[in-house]
Design a protein around this ligand. Sequence first.
Ligand SMILES: *Cc1c(COP(=O)(O)O)cnc(C)c1O
Length: 416
Amino acid sequence: MQSNPLSETAPASTSIPQPSSTPSTSLCTSLLHADSHLNHLFADVAPPLHVSSTFQYSSDPSKLIPAKDASLTFDPSTDHIYSRLTAPNGTRLEALLTSLIGAPSLAYGSGLAALFGAYTLLNPRKVAITDGYHGVHGVLDIFKRLTHLELLPLSRADELGHGDVLHVETPLNPYGEARNVAHYASIAEKTGAVLLIDATLAPPPLQDPFAQGAHIVMHSGTKYIGGHTDLLLGVLATRNKDWFKQLALDRMHTGSVAGSMECWLATRSLRTMEVRVTRQSESASALVNWLEKARSGDGPNKEVVGKVVAKVRHASLQEEAKDEDGWLRQQMKGWGALFALNLKKDEMAKRLPSTLKLFMHATSLGGVESLMEWRAMSDEKADPTMLRVSVGLERWEDLRDDLLKGFEALVEEGNL
Ligand SMILES: *Cc1c(COP(=O)(O)O)cnc(C)c1O
């Protein structure tokens, strides 16, 4: 039976996707099979791309239910009506995301569109937030204009009240350093605030913020979920059924749904995500380990690295990483594939990307291609000595050799 969720009175899509209940299924397997219940109509092995914005109603007049009689039986896995609500590629992607993240998930047109959806739902009076991805502050500025939203630093999170938001990004862009989710979950518990985790920089299998007490998990799917630098996508996941329904309804009315083409591309991407993210994180950790040893004068290439690199930042170098039983090792199952470097001079940081062959000089992260960005190009507040490095799927030793040649070129150029 079909109802019409596009009408003003009808409920939002009521079929909430649930994570696979077979705990023995490993992540890499479920990323290939958690959408297989949607294969019934087709024989394709690779999922088809559906471009239609609208879908035919039943050809059997006895099955036509007018909008005013809409019931709760709408099944978005088959009863698609109009693609601002649901469409086949989005539903398929959301089945996979739900399995991946372990909570019912919705796909948006971008990471910031997803965040806008979360803040529209929560409409807090106060948000505690410090640093993080610069674009997030643009979203919060819109809410400051529309409401009386007040921002507090995370260090004052205990001043939040019921329904306010504790906004924690971990690991933190652009440094790749982690924050303690369990610590903020305890503050959320005490104050009644909602704990929103921007987990973009460490998707599964690297971390599961729900395990530490997150209420809403957000991803910029543009990064590791997309993974191939060819789509914009945002994701919100929550186990709160009322929130999920309201988010779906708001998404329909704000039109911030992810496009079918993007959902189709992201489905292709998720098939390999566990393998990609695991390898990228290992390669980044190997590079960071090499760089930090050399920088601190202990290990191969210490002369040249010591002349150029002032500081290396990554979760693996945090003090807390030394504690085998500490929160950091409990929270993270890998250190993540993004790290930051400070070079000795602004001019060195400005020039290094142009000397490299394997790292492209561009913003963004999470793709299979390694990127480096002189962060001053996109972030007004960035320290001009800072470079952000996103490690892709090249062999890490090749990336190391490329960096080393670049450092040598800077040293040869002399008095920068
Ligand atoms: C990129 C990014 C966003 C924004 O996502 P878009 O898909 O570009 O809108 C938000 N948070 C973090 C941590 C990001 O890296």
